[in-house]
Design a binder for this molecule. Sequence first.
Ligand code: OAD
Length: 250
Amino acid sequence: MTDLLLQAAQVLRQAQRIVCLTGAGVSAESGVATFRDALTGLWSNFDPEQLASEAGFAANPGLVWRWYMERLQTVERVQPNPGHTALAQLEATAPHFVLFTQNVDDLHERAGSRNVHHLHGSITRFCCTSCREEHYLQADERRQPLPPHCLYCNGLVRPAVVWFGEMLPYAILKEAWYAVEHCDLLLVVGTSGVVYPAAQLPFTAKQYGATVIDINPEPTPISEMADLYLPGRSGEILPQVIEAMVGGGD
Ligand code: OAD
């Protein structure tokens, strides 16, 4: 096992308050395209603003609805990967653990993670564009080519995800700031670290004295500032680190 993996395992073993921040890279090995890869194939001639924005939805609700329902079908079809499972195991062994994800899928929860907060919302939940009331849609409603209308105000129902130009859920963001200001270890996995305010969290953690570990096959602004950068895929690295941490592996 590499020295970096053993160092990471040692730091994790000693940490008392662990915060984890994940991005699309964690779900990539389950077959869920990363956000930027998701705009390929049939959707390659659309820019994110057209598909993941209030204006885009207002201009063409059917197009945006079908893009999200196609991504939701993918999420429902795939399974959590060893990286998701390793994070659930880490939560079970750490004294204090909280996970903030930028991902809108539910793979962390399906892998057994419990203390999960979605900074960018959730593709498996729905709300009204106008009155924001939450809606529970049956499978046949989700298969329709057009979004349903709100039961309360007749507005259009949309996926409960954060779109470009929208604010993140304040309560969750406030909890994330508090968590990174009071943790002794921030584990960052599978994010390009270019979308704020989520990308600011590792810098705040470091400013408040936490150790920062980053796992990503590609270097990012976060890997450059991290105390430990483990280059590689999360589904491969996380299980090894957790095994070494729990097993005291040398
Ligand atoms: P990105 O698509 O920007 O970046 C995915 C990151 O995962 C990249 O740095 C990849 O190198 C890395 N990666 C790919 N495969 C990996 C693997 N197997 N293991 C570990 N890392 C891997 O996705 P995010 O950083 O999550 O926001 O994007 C952040 C936000 O940008 C998204 O949540 C979305 C978008 O705007 C909203 O939808 C509001």
